[in-house]
Design a protein around this ligand. Structure first.
Ligand code: 13P
Length: 258
């Protein structure tokens, strides 16, 4: 983290977990133990049907609610899809875009790019995900793969909007596996992501964007990961489903930075 130049963001990704009733229950417990300090932004991205319950419960707190996906089109014949203006109207502040689990269902870099542009247009903060597979890491093409995802995902994002984008680095081999990237591995990739952004945008903007790490981040390893200079927060799956664990990760963001 480097709080002098950028925001720390601790974001939960519930994936396909919890019903609206369970959301209400979680939020009550979470609210009761939520740290009062304002040292980082806190987001919870929840299943679409849980958004109303989450927004209602977190009103008047500093926790922003987000969606886990969106459609890039403004409206129309897209059965089952949700547009960005619907998310805004429902009270969302964030939307996760291009998670590897959605890419595995066929989402392309062009789709990711269209969704990032639509989210920015609507005033949402896109959390754009990237990450390499184990095969790609072992073949030594992590940096190339991620540079391509970043460059394609950010196409036509203007200089004045880039600071609103949050990037999440999530190595696929570390997601839900209990196998976390080492702080050094995660730092190296996050630093390279910032370097890619610096090639595309003014260096003051590259310095200002928040880059999160995700992949088996939990209350035990968060402190060390967040101590890395280019890791500005976390995108947390499993550990965000348990209020006590998620709160401990938020507390780990309260550490001195360089
Ligand atoms: P886990 O924290 O469960 O490994 O999930 C990470 C993730 O995919 C967050 O988007």
């Amino acid at each position: 983290m480097n709080r002098k130049y950028r925001k720390t963001v601790i974001a939960g990704n519930w994936k396909m977990n919890k019903t609206p009733s369970e959301t209400k229950e979680f939020m009550q417990q979470f609210k009761a133990i939520l740290p009062k300090g304002r040292w980082c932004d806190v987001a919870l991205c929840v299943p679409a049907v849980c958004i109303p319950a989450a927004v209602r419960a977190m009103r008047e707190t500093r926790v922003g609610i987000g969606a886990e996906n969106c459609n890039a089109n403004a409206s129309g014949a897209y059965t089952g899809e949700i547009a960005t203006n619907m998310l805004v109207d429902a009270g969302c502040k964030y939307v996760i875009i291009g998670h590897s689990e959605r890419r595995a269902m066929g989402e392309t870099d062009a789709d990711v790019n269209a969704k990032v542009l639509a989210a920015l247009e609507a005033g949402l903060t896109p959390i754009m995900c990237c990450g390499e597979s184990l095969e790609q890491r072992e073949a030594g093409i992590t940096d190339e793969h991620i540079a391509m995802q970043i460059k394609l995902g950010l196409q036509n994002v203007s200089e004045d909007k880039i600071r609103k984008v949050v990037i999440a680095y999530e190595p696929i081999w570390a997601i839900g596996t209990g196998k976390t990237a080492t702080p050094e591995q995660a730092q190296e990739v996050c630093m390279n992501i910032r370097a890619v952004v610096r090639k595309l945008y003014a260096s003051k903007n590259a310095r200002a964007i928040s880059i999160l790490y995700g992949g088996s981040m939990n209350e035990k390893n968060a402190f060390e990961l967040l101590a890395q200079p280019d890791i500005d927060g976390g995108l947390i799956g499993g550990a965000s489903l348990v209020p006590e664990k998620f709160v401990q990760i938020i507390e780990a963001a309260n550490q001195p930075t360089a």
